[in-house]
Write a protein that binds this ligand. Sequence first.
Ligand code: UDX
Length: 470
Amino acid sequence: MKIAVIGTGYVGLVSGTCFAEWGNEVACVDMNAEKILGLRRGKLPIYEPGLDELVERNYAEGRLSFTTDIAKAVKDAAAVFIAVGTPSRPGHGDADLSFIYMAAKEIAPLLAENAVVVVKSTVPVGTGDAVEKIIAVKRRRGTFSVASNPEFLREGVAIRDFLEPDRVVIGVADERAREVLMEIYGAPLAQVDAPIVVAKRRTSELIKYASNAFLATKITFINELADLCEQVGTDVEELALGMGLDKRIGASFLNAGPGYGGSCFPKDTLALLRTAQDHGVALRIVQETASANEARKRRMALKVMDAIGGNIDGLTIAVLGLTFKPDTDDMREAPSVPLIETLQRFGAIVRAHDPVGMENAARMLENVELLEDPYECARGADAVVIVTDWDSIQNLDLVRLRRTMRSPVLVDLRGAFKAGLAEEAGFHVSAIGRPALRPVELSPGFPDTRYRLPGASEASGRVLGGRYDH
Ligand code: UDX
């Protein structure tokens, strides 16, 4: 099928490339000529594991093209996906739909007979209706349909999320739209046994917001329980393990941390709240989630200060991990930013390291020395703070890290190190969701096993967890 994708941001690029991977002929359109030229040369505007190879192959095999010429891309496409940004309007919280409406106006006179316009961007309920009206006024010929098909891609694993999704949601208002979307998704999803939910267009739009708000709430729930764990001497990881095995709860999104960030959860919860307000409905749980998360991100600096003993004026703090989560270079709403700014306000000298995100971080942070080498970053520091649990950070040699530092304080905001591990390396650890343990004195001949994990050999049946209590 001939498909046009408007917008080569995160969603547009991943979606367009995966549609091509399924054998469709896809033209990705963007008004940014520099971006299009870069893409033609294989230079991707985002970091997403596996995407570069997929783009290269589908481009080389002629199924995927990049253009600024919207008319050419749209004129004989059976489906035109709109995947432009819907940022929060400053000071409002509701989604800015100007890019969506602009795209709708532009494609309206260009659409082929019976073309299906599919809104992939995250948009408030009723946006499909508005797009339909805009196109109806501007179009020159023939019939058309407008559908909704929200994305649920997580940065870092977006390709797998697209090719092997838990589900695909399509929202349609007529049979033609259903047919075209089923033609695109039906066979590939049958192969991976993934269901397609066919819903009304407005329901489909809401499913996206409701899903993100629910996940954001789940994270906030475990974050608050982590605070309680610290006070009552329990471990949030054990708690999450015990809860998550209940199929009704589910184990994912129960990792406590410094608060959620990224391009979706913060923005989408606010936009959902605006929609609810506009319709006189109080979504109190979502409201609490959004404000608890903001407060949490700001509070993380206090946790660092507590770990150091209060006054951080003139002290050097090394922050490891800057992006809002691992496997992305995305810094949007990253908890590292308010953390660093607050530490600086209290007089700390902040150094930082991230394996991929430093270029983006440099644009957002001031007076922070960014270092390629995590050990160099920690050299002479009074504390190291883990903000993003990249594999490379979790695999650091903790003894080597401690030896470079002036004072052995480690604040683990991600549970990057199993309880006891950093203590064994001689660190004083302050971690999310567990009480502080005393560091182990590493005296030769007196191995201290207080924090050791039990050996694999003692397994009897399917035993999960199992740290010694102390
Ligand atoms: C999210 C949704 O998962 C995806 O379906 C939607 O389409 C876009 O938004 P993304 O923002 O890429 O994806 O990241 P995600 O993996 O969901 O994480 C979001 C934030 O929550 C990150 O800051 C992450 O660190 C945090 N998080 C996630 C936790 O703190 N704990 C968890 O258990 C899971």
